[in-house]
Design a protein around this ligand. Structure first.
Ligand SMILES: CC(=O)SCCNC(=O)CCNC(=O)[C@H](O)C(C)(C)COP(=O)(O)OP(=O)(O)OC[C@H]1O[C@@H](n2cnc3c(N)ncnc32)[C@H](O)[C@@H]1OP(=O)(O)O
Ligand SMILES: O=C([O-])CC(=O)C(=O)O
Length: 453
């Protein structure tokens, strides 16, 4: 029988030990050369790598001449995210399209501009002929993030201007990708559910009159039906995930890759690959899995002592995925609070009550309260830990009946807007390849001829 190339052979196992031995760098060198691990200062602040007009994240304030931790603030194009959300909720319309306009063009649209822009996105929400049959239906997989990358890279081969880096062309490509991401993600899920879960296959067309959030639900549901409140909550989730500065891992990837002069499709595929990581956008599905695991393994989930002990086991790599992380907790910038988690929490509570899932909400709230204390007792925390945007997002998607496989792709459907705005900002302003330094700490070695090794 033919051997699977994915099986780890014994010699690969042995060679991996050689990798481990020869690739290890003594920790002392990092302080000796003042290397900013993770491009972070010793106090955890990111190394300044660029300037942006797109968003602002604040987690510290100057009080009496001293930088002091404060409640997290997030502004899109200078406007507080809380005000933006209150604005479209008061106006009773969907926010994703309006905020896409704001993030890409730097100003809020008038009613006429918004109407035209919605139409532009609807016109672009279409895939090349036979694309679903020839690309999406081929080798379906549970990993919809990889399927998204593949679909984006294949779209490049249909674009006659793939490598044109003019702002007009890059904007056009970005708008196309923003429009079709819901189709690529949901159709990829449908293909997977049909071929691997033996479900019926539904490939509904989007409705040009509907918003992005409404279309996602329409494409997903066999009967294309959804309620107003379901679409509003999904829309809010999209808005909260759209943008988070130039330094988050997937957007920084976007800057790095853009700076090499590559095309929009390759850049977006790179950002998708970053986002799926479980310390970044992939955390939302990990939170759901972790919560299930806690319920299965803690005898009495109302007992806070038992919960804290289990959380400590997770941190000690003795439980759950043995990675030592409590997902949905902590952030590279925020300390006291992530404003997106705060916004989410208020709506999640109401939705949970409506869906009869109040106990589940209480369970989340309890973990949210206990985890920071357990993390602080097991790790060196200098700036505080709180729930991040992804702590509640999986629970929300679960209440909306979205399949687990689409949790991180929903993040991508939103974040492609931020990536696009940053790619355009990089192209307009930088024109310099990103190329930091790595100091070699090995020293010289003599070449030894093969007979003498
Ligand atoms: C959309 C987003 O990307 S939001 C983030 C989503 N990711 C998660 O929810 C995964 C869980 N959280 C984490 O892994 C981290 O909090 C990160 C990756 C988000 C940020 O990590 P850092 O920037 O290193 O955070 P910070 O500097 O505050 O961490 C201090 C220490 O606490 C640890 N820590 C922070 N959060 C957690 C956590 N949730 N679980 C376990 N340990 C944690 C860090 O690993 C670090 O330990 P070390 O000193 O041994 O290196
Ligand atoms: O800013 C970060 O490092 C991660 C984050 O919250 C995001 O990308 O939304």
């Amino acid at each position: 029988m033919k051997k699977s190339p994915f099986k780890i052979q014994e010699n690969v196992q042995r060679l991996s030990e050689v990798c481990l031995k020869n690739s290890k760098i003594d920790n002392v060198h990092y302080s000796e050369y003042d290397v900013k691990k993770g491009l972070r200062d010793l106090d955890g602040r990111g190394v300044l790598a660029g300037l942006t007009n797109i968003s602002m994240i604040q987690s510290q304030k100057m009080i009496d001449g001293k930088l002091t931790a404060c409640e997290g603030v997030l502004q899109y194009r200078g406007i507080d995210i809380k005000e933006l959300v209150a604005g479209f909720q008061k106006g009773q319309y969907f926010g994703f399209e309006e905020i896409t306009y704001l993030l890409l063009f730097g100003e809020l649209p008038t009613k006429v501009q918004l109407k035209e822009f919605r139409q532009l996105l609807a016109d672009k929400r279409t895939l090349p002929k036979n694309y679903v049959r020839d690309v999406i239906m081929k080798s379906p997989s549970k990993d919809i993030m990889n399927q998204l990358s593949r679909s984006v890279l294949t779209l490049a081969s249909y674009d006659p201007n793939v490598s044109d880096l003019s702002i007009e062309n890059v904007l056009n490509q970005s708008l196309l990708l923003i429009s079709v991401f819901p189709l690529l993600a949901v159709y990829s899920y449908q293909a997977y559910a049909h071929s691997k879960l033996r479900k019926s296959l539904y490939i509904h067309n989007p409705d040009p009159k509907l918003s992005t959030a409404e279309n996602i639900l329409r494409l997903l549901r066999p009967d294309k039906k959804f309620t107003e409140i379901e679409a509003q909550i999904l829309d809010l989730a999209l808005v909260l995930h759209m943008e988070h500065g130039g330094g988050n891992n997937s957007t920084f990837t976007n800057h790095v890759v853009t700076s090499s002069g590559t095309d929009t499709y390759a850049t977006v595929a790179a950002s998708l690959s970053s986002l799926k990581g479980s310390k970044h956008g992939g955390a939302n599905i990990k939170v759901t899995e972790m919560m299930r695991d806690i319920k299965e393994n803690v005898e009495d989930i109302c007992d806070e002592q038992q919960l804290s002990e289990y959380l400590a086991k997770i941190l000690r790599k003795e439980a759950f995925d043995k990675k030592g992380l409590i997902y949905g907790m902590g952030h590279a910038v925020y300390s006291i609070s992530d404003p997106r988690a705060d916004l989410f929490r208020t709506f999640v509570g109401k939705l949970a009550d409506d869906k009869g899932l109040h106990d589940e909400f209480e369970f989340y709230a309890k973990i949210e309260r206990l985890a920071p204390k357990v993390i602080a007792s097991e790790r060196n925390i200098y700036k505080g830990v709180s729930a991040n945007v992804d702590f509640y997002s999986g629970f929300v998607y679960h209440m909306l009946g979205l399949p687990d496989e689409l949790y991180t792709p929903i993040f991508a459907i939103a974040r492609i807007v931020g990536w696009s705005a940053h790619r355009i900002e990089e192209l307009i302003n930088m024109n310099k390849i990103i190329r930091p330094a790595y100091e070699s700490v090995l020293g010289d070695r003599n070449y030894v001829e093969i007979e003498e090794r």
